[in-house]
Design a protein around this ligand. Structure first.
Ligand code: HAM
Length: 443
């Protein structure tokens, strides 16, 4: 039997209810705050991720999912599935000259990302993120507004209370470089006391030692230089202003001096939403400022700040919290029929009911009326319409309330108004394009 590839999963209809709910909450809050939707390709030139996220980050070094494309095809050489949205969105900003638009430009996106990690609980090779980015202006009020919008989305989804916002400022690129050098100096002669993985991290990405899970590393770190000593005054002021804004807005947070994040492009603000019980291991989302990224990717110096939420982890929390996503796939009417004449008439009836906003199933085969009724029951239909040979002759149809078990014979042409009356206007699933189209001048 074929199965989903390791680290992937089918989003079955039940989970889609949650996904749609999350998408709607994101879209709603994003629109309110002026974000526009952007869709970048699911794969990009891998150099974008190497340069942007950092060659020695876990995401790039170990987890990049390469695309092989067609055999020996030069075009597909060096392509990788996106492990996140930010680098691709910045590439798009540069490619389309978006610095000419009024700044800042605000984007949001929703879709699958890929990391070739060892799958475990809450960690998949294909997962979904919702992503928000604000590019082109630097001000602590922008960071505060972004954090507020995310906080509202998590509140809308009824999981904000389960999460703690961790926040830190990691200073400028220069500050970070100076700190990394001092960390390296500090560890000279102590390398052998570090676990193997952290010895490697010390060489490639020493900042990752700060959030190492290894006890030996944590003990040594107690006497290591702390980042705060290397952060310049402007960054400190930026951070305290941001904190002041968060207080003003009533956003709860926890200052966390060891929060560094696993992507190299960050400067200044970094933040994560942690599960109260499991902490960093399963952050529901994270983000921060990346004032050097666009320049790194070949654009002009442009500040940016953003966030991504892990959709699967959010769904897990919603389920844990007992949040029920609205169920909209109910079957309102099942149409059962017998004989070719009845079947023909039913096809139009089914189509008309659907157009009126009634979820309708029927005309599914040649089974007996009795077994069609059983099927209607299994589908959980609220009403069944029955059209047998007799009814076709007499121009009638039978409507049955499945819960009450009561049925009545009505005129065939009364079928639709009767169903609509029973179901109630407010429960109809009608879709109207409410937006007015801009008139097209034919001349
Ligand atoms: P990130 O922290 O790497 O940040 O990922 C954001 C979220 O995606 C994580 O907190 C987690 O919920 C989810 N996630 C990451 N990897 C996996 C996985 N293998 N399986 C399931 N869920 C996962 C970023 O991606 C940045 N681009 C965020 C950002 C946007 N920074 C600035 N703008």
């Amino acid at each position: 039997m074929f199965r989903t590839p390791k680290g992937t999963h089918d989003v079955l209809p039940e989970d889609h209810q949650y996904m749609t709910y999350i998408k709607k909450a994101v879209r709603h809050r994003a629109r309110q705050a002026g974000y526009k939707r952007i869709e970048t390709p699911m794969f990009e030139n891998k150099a974008i991720f190497e340069r942007g996220i950092g060659e020695h980050t876990d995401i790039v070094e170990k987890e990049l999912f390469m695309v092989s494309g067609k055999k020996n095809d030069e075009d597909s050489a060096g392509l990788a599935l996106r492990p996140e949205f930010t680098a691709g969105i910045c590439r798009s900003y540069i490619e389309h000259g978006m610095h000419q638009l009024p700044q800042p430009v605000e984007f949001y996106s929703f879709g699958p990302c890929y990391r070739y990690d060892r799958p475990q609980k809450g960690r998949y090779r294909q997962f979904h993120q919702f992503d928000m980015e604000i590019i082109g202006l630097k001000d602590p009020s922008i960071d505060a507004q972004l954090i507020l919008v995310i906080s509202k989305i998590l509140t809308d989804l009824k999981i904000r209370g389960r999460l703690k916002l961790q926040i830190n400022n990691i200073g400028t690129t220069e500050n970070r470089q100076a700190y990394i050098e001092s960390l390296k100096d500090f560890f000279i002669g102590k390398e052998r006391n570090l676990p193997e993985l952290d010895q490697k991290r010390l060489k490639t990405n020493p900042l990752r030692l700060l959030d190492s899970k290894e006890e030996d590393t944590q003990i040594i770190l107690k006497s290591a230089p702390v980042m705060d000593q290397f952060i310049d005054d402007d960054s400190k002021e930026f951070h305290s202003t941001l904190i002041g804004y968060l207080d003003e807005l009533g956003v709860e947070y926890e200052k966390n001096a060891t929060l560094v994040r696993g992507l190299d492009y960050y400067t200044q603000t970094v933040f994560e939403f942690w599960d109260e019980s499991t902490g960093a291991q399963n952050a529901v989302g994270g983000g921060g400022r990346y004032d050097g990224l666009i320049e790194l990717l070949g654009g002009r110096s442009t500040p940016g700040v953003g966030f991504a939420g892990g959709v699967e982890r959010m769904i897990w929390h919603m389920k844990e919290a007992g949040v029920k996503a609205p169920f909209k796939d109910q079957v309102d009417v099942f149409v059962a029929q017998l004989g070719p004449e009845a079947k023909k008439k039913c096809l139009t009836l089914i189509s008309d009911l659907r157009d009126r906003g009634v979820h309708t199933l029927g005309a599914l085969g040649e089974a007996s009326l009795k077994s069609q009724m059983r099927l209607a029951d299994k589908f959980g239909a609220r009403y069944t319409l029955l059209l047998g040979k007799m009814e076709v002759k007499s121009g009638t149809i039978i409507i049955k309330d499945m819960e009450a078990g009561k049925q009545q014979e009505i005129k065939f042409k009364e079928a639709i108004p009767t169903v609509l009356k029973f179901i109630g206007e407010e429960n109809l699933d009608t879709y109207t394009l409410r937006d007015k189209f801009v008139d097209v001048d034919e001349d």
